[in-house]
Design a protein around this ligand. Structure first.
Ligand SMILES: [Ca+2]
Length: 289
């Protein structure tokens, strides 16, 4: 890895000295938009412990005793309303337990389900159901065909059209960067009115989370802030984060502040700099508990 070198060549070690630190995990668009599993529960219509289907571990598998039959269902409780537009069933390396067909339904209260949002037939290693984006707390997957062997699920995942607010939103990957250089791994120093923006960010928590920003700043004199604004650069302020003097535009620090109140649903998100000609460079931001 020899991109983003500072000086004559790469420094020895895991990352480039003085550069923003890397974040572990996949940074492809499809990974960023994965809905965070923060303690989902799964219930099988035939009873038994179905927790392995949503325990966040790809190698643990749920597999009931009975062979597949139409009407068997797994119901997920996401704990709070989440926004998503794609469901993927991962059966790992087990090629025998894929369902022959299923429907996906969603519900806000776990009682009123309406018509299925997706119908899927045919078998593949990962079975995706794609539908118009929904916000719901409960998801039901119901088989529509019989099979010789039991259904098997290693992990169920949900994805949204945009990133989850709890993901690490890398500033250099923002859809909008204004009033500062985009940069390879972080923005340059944003001036007052400068901003970065992310489209269609999913919020789902019932309680206010914390905005955390990794930033670098010098010479602001205590009067600078970064504001988290919703739905537009001039939109409602969800949080105001004072910018500290970190000792230089290459001295990175994390700072966080609690949101004024809970934000739910999907919003375009803007981090807007204010207070001085040079406010702060931004590495990443996130909203989580
Ligand atoms: Ca699992």
């Amino acid at each position: 890895m020899t991109t983003g070198v500072r000086g004559a060549g790469p420094d020895q070690g895991a990352y480039e000295y003085g550069a923003p630190i890397w974040s572990a995990g996949c940074d492809l668009p499809g990974c960023e938009s994965r809905v965070r599993n923060d303690g989902w529960k799964a219930t099988f219509s035939g009873g038994g412990d179905a927790s392995a289907a949503v325990d966040g571990v790809q190698t643990t598998q749920w597999r009931p005793d009975a062979a597949q039959a139409a009407g068997q269902s797994l119901t997920l409780d996401l704990g709070a309303a989440k926004t998503f537009s794609r469901l993927a069933i991962d059966a790992g390396l087990d090629a025998t337990g894929h369902p022959y067909g299923f429907t996906v339904s969603v519900s806000r209260d776990g009682r009123d389900w309406g018509s299925p949002v997706a119908r899927v037939a045919g078998r593949s290693f990962t079975q995706d159901a794609v539908f118009a984006q929904r916000t719901a707390r409960y998801v039901r997957i119901e088989l529509t065909a019989a099979g010789d062997v039991p259904w098997a699920v290693n992990e169920i995942r949900l994805y949204a059209d945009g990133p989850d607010a709890a993901a690490t939103l890398q500033a250099e990957r923002a859809q909008v960067v204004r009033g500062g250089e985009r940069g390879d791994a972080a923005t340059g120093v944003l001036g007052s009115g400068g901003l970065i923006g992310f489209r269609q960010v999913s919020f789902g928590a019932d309680a206010p989370g914390r905005l955390t920003v990794r930033m670098a700043s010098a010479g602001c004199g205590g009067g600078c802030v970064l504001r988290l604004r919703l739905d537009g650069p001039e939109g409602r302020v969800a949080a105001t984060l004072p910018v500290p003097d970190t000792g230089g535009a290459d001295q990175w620090r994390e700072r966080s502040v609690r949101l004024a109140r809970a934000v739910t649903g999907t919003h375009d998100v803007y981090l807007v700099a204010s207070g001085a000609r040079k406010v702060a460079a931004v590495d990443w931001l996130t909203v989580r508990d």
